[in-house]
Design a protein around this ligand. Sequence first.
Ligand code: ADP
Length: 327
Amino acid sequence: MRQELDLELVSLTKRYGATVAVDAISYHFQAGTYACLLGPSGCGKSSTLRMIAGHETVSDGSITLGGRDISGLPPAKRGTAMMFQNYALFPHLTVRDNVAFSLRMQGVDTATRHARADEMLELVDMNALADRLPAQLSGGQQQRAALARALITKPDVLLLDEPLSALDPFLRIRMRAELKKLQRELGITFVHVTHGQDEALALADEIVVMNNAIIEQAGKTRAVFDAPQTAFVARFLGSHNVVSMPGGLIAIRSDALEIKPTAEAKLPGTITNIEYQGTHVALTATVPGDQEVTALLSDKDFFGSPKDLGEAIGLDWKAEAEHALVG
Ligand code: ADP
């Protein structure tokens, strides 16, 4: 039975000269969580991941796993493993030898490490290709080989740096499902870095939204999506309108907006765009203060009472659909 080890970041900081890449972030990842670090390019996601992996030194603060401070340990001694964006497979080694590589470094004999590598290849459904070289594999197969190689050390935490970005859109969605399935089967913690909100929403039990070296908001994925606390988070996650009202800045989900007669609605608007999206229609309107809002209507609702460009409408929403924002 695997021990359940929580991963904790305590005021973790990374400085590169005068640049503060990660600014005293703290977060507690419960064992067995699929977590995504989500944010725009340059916000500090990879630096955070590399510090957890031990590929980057910690400038301040600490990283603990199961209560043990691992901040100063070499990568192989931490109980973590990293899967790199470009997979970093050795081109001259077969898939089996790539997967067995870290065991070879530990001095494990050939028969044992090949047996262990074959177990891992079975896990990712790659046994049939064990004798191939990386160049003889498709992108998805390379990714599975890289996963098997990272998992052979039986890590408590698997760290994944933009693992799906090298794949075409179709394969990305398939491999995304495989990652999630694998994480469920293994029951270990996955910390996955991405700048794609769809990817994070599809995969993560918890999301950590980063911006400018800090955590803007973190928690259970649905809780963050349902109640963004800052304008940045609402805009970055998408599917939300950020509207400045007399009482302050608020976020309202696009699918929570209803079209009503102006007299019965919270905001008057003029339709500037109507986009048919198959199951839905996205209707964009300008509202007072030169702001734009988008309402996502079911095709039934829209075509039950179709509207035209330039038409005056009222936009309304239920009080509980509105979330006050800071910043
Ligand atoms: P992300 O993964 O979110 O794109 P990074 O962690 O790669 O962000 O980078 C955060 C900040 O640190 C950026 O401003 C980046 O330019 C800077 N940075 C990253 N790596 C280095 C480095 N090795 N030397 C100097 N600055 C770096």
